[in-house]
Design a protein around this ligand. Structure first.
Ligand code: ITT
Length: 184
């Protein structure tokens, strides 16, 4: 069975493809703009986007909406992560946190699957801390700043498979895959 992922982000698509491969699920990218409603919760954002995309494309598809929630900023940028990074960059994040000792942050993924039967949602989270300066060249987005709990390297210093094994996206997609394969 074919499964599509609606995303503009090639790195996100690559990660998702690798995560789903061991389940025998082959992912194809639909490089289109997903509808992004304003909401604090990435799961809700993904749900609305998947429903909207299904209306448009009429093929079984998934949508991943992710964000970085920084404790000291009351969860900001969260659902605004993409916009925020575009405007202020990693340097802007570090500036906001300069002198701040609580550097805890969590990545969250809202994952939604849509087909003719409706929409089903899944979530994944990984917590850790924001580094003092960017490190590493792998991954994308905030990866050079994010050190997952129990580790000393940033996501950008890890290989894609190591990141996937513990990431928000990995967790959400594995929960989805378990469910997807169990359905009739
Ligand atoms: P699509 O909407 O087209 O899928 P996007 O990159 O805009 O791609 P999001 O709306 O989910 O995706 O925005 C999430 C932003 O959060 C993204 O641009 C990154 O800056 C950041 N982000 C999400 N997942 C990340 C990850 O695994 N590592 C680092 N940053 C991530």
């Amino acid at each position: 069975r074919r499964l599509y992922m609606v995303t503009h982000n090639d790195r996100k698509f690559l990660e998702a493809s690798l995560i789903l491969k061991p389940y025998g699920i082959e992912l194809q990218q639909i490089k289109a703009e997903k509808l992004e409603v304003q909401d604090e919760d990435v799961v809700r954002i993904a749900e609305v986007a998947a429903r909207h995309a299904y209306e448009q494309f009429r093929v079984p598809l998934i949508v991943d909406d992710s964000g970085l929630y920084i404790d000291a900023l009351n969860g900001f940028p969260g659902p605004y992560s993409s916009f925020f990074l575009e405007k202020v960059g990693l340097g802007g994040v570090l500036k906001l946190l300069s002198g701040v000792t609580n550097r805890r942050a969590c990545f969250r993924t809202g994952l939604a699957y849509a087909d003719e039967g409706g929409v089903r949602t899944f979530a994944g989270e990984v917590c850790g801390s924001i580094a003092e300066s960017p490190r590493g060249s792998g991954g994308f987005g905030y990866d050079p700043l994010f050190v997952p709990e129990g580790h000393s390297r940033t996501f950008a210093e890890m290989g894609v498979e190591e990141k996937d094994s513990m990431s928000h996206r990995g967790r959400a997609l594995r929960a989805f895959a378990e469910w997807y394969l169990k359905r009739s």
